[in-house]
Write a new protein. Structure first.
Length: 261
C-alpha cells in the first residue's frame, strides 16, 4: 500500500538561507535541466514532481505550454499562487497525479523533466518509463538526480570513519550527507542512474554538475573567501564534475524515448 502525505508542502526542508556552494548547485541544476528541455513558444513540456512549481513557471515564462504533475494538493495550491504572482497562469497548469501513472496520452509532450525528485519515488524506474511514454519520439526526457557517491559523500564518509572508528569520537551530526534521507526510497549513484535510464531512453547526454557540495568544511571555506574567489572555486569544481561525472554532486541525464528505434 502506498502511504503519502498529500498535503505536504516542503516547508520543513526549504532552507531560509543558503551557503555559496548551495546557491551555485541549485542554480546550476535548474539552468541545466531547463535548458536541456528547450522550453519555448510552441513547445509542450511536462514537469514531473513539480513541487511548488518554480520550474513549471520558469518554462512558461520562456513561452512554453507547461504542465506540472504533482501528487501534493498543498504544493499544487502554492504553485498556482506563485503563477498568479508571476502572471503566467494562462500558460502553466497543474495536474494531481503519480509520476508512475501519468494521465496523458502517449507522445503528447515535446519534453519532460524531473529535477531532484527521482529518489523520492517508490517506483522510480516505472516513472522513467512513464516519462518516456508521454514524450514524443523526437522529444527529450531530462532527469536531474543527486549522486550519493559524489566526491563530497566519499570525503564525508572517510572523515566520519576516521573520527569514529580510529579516534573513537562521537558522531558530529545526526544525518550524514552520504546517507539517503528517510523520505528517499533510492540511493542513486552513477551506475544505477545510467542503468535505469538506458532501459527506457536513448541517452543523448550524461553529465555531472558541481562538486564538493556538503563536503566537510567546504561551505565555511567558501564563506571565508572573497566572493570572486569563491565563485572561481565553485566554477572550477563544476568543470571537474563535467570531466568526472562519477564524482559530481548531481547527474543530469538527457534522452529520447526508446520506442523511437
Amino acid at each position: 500500500m502506498r502511504v503519502v502525505d498529500l498535503d505536504r508542502d516542503m516547508s520543513d526542508v526549504i532552507p531560509t538561507s543558503m551557503s555559496r556552494d548551495s546557491e551555485y548547485l541549485f542554480e546550476r541544476m535548474t539552468q541545466a535541466t531547463l535548458d536541456a528541455a528547450l522550453p519555448g513558444p510552441g513547445r509542450r513540456v511536462l514537469d514531473v514532481a513539480s513541487g511548488v512549481g518554480q520550474d513549471t513557471i520558469a518554462m512558461a515564462v520562456r513561452g512554453a505550454d507547461a504542465i506540472g504533475a504533482e501528487p501534493s494538493r498543498r504544493m499544487i495550491g502554492m504553485a498556482k499562487l506563485f503563477a498568479e504572482e508571476k502572471k503566467v497562469e494562462q500558460s502553466s497548469r497543474w495536474v494531481q497525479c503519480w509520476a508512475d501513472r501519468l494521465p496523458f496520452a502517449t507522445g503528447s509532450f515535446d519534453a519532460c523533466i524531473c529535477k531532484g525528485a527521482m529518489d523520492h519515488f517508490d517506483t522510480p524506474e516505472a516513472a522513467i518509463a512513464e516519462m518516456a511514454r508521454v514524450t514524443s519520439t523526437e522529444g527529450r526526457v531530462v532527469l536531474a538526480i543527486a549522486n550519493f557517491e559524489s566526491l563530497s559523500c566519499r570525503v564525508g564518509r572517510a572523515v566520519d570513519d576516521f573520527r569514529e572508528d580510529i579516534l573513537g569520537w562521537d558522531p558530529i551530526r545526526e544525518r550524514r550527507g552520504y546517507d539517503a534521507p528517510s523520505d528517499h526510497f533510492t540511493r542513486y549513484e552513477v551506475d544505477l542512474i545510467r542503468e535505469q535510464a538506458s532501459r527506457h531512453l536513448i541517452l543523448r547526454d550524461f553529465k555531472g554538475l558541481s562538486m564538493g557540495w556538503g563536503m566537510p568544511g567546504w561551505a565555511d571555506f567558501l564563506g571565508w573567501l572573497p566572493a570572486s574567489a569563491a565563485n572561481a572555486c565553485v566554477r572550477g569544481f563544476d568543470a571537474c564534475a563535467r570531466a568526472a561525472p562519477v564524482l559530481a554532486d548531481v547527474i543530469v541525464v538527457v534522452g529520447q524515448p526508446r520506442r523511437s528505434i
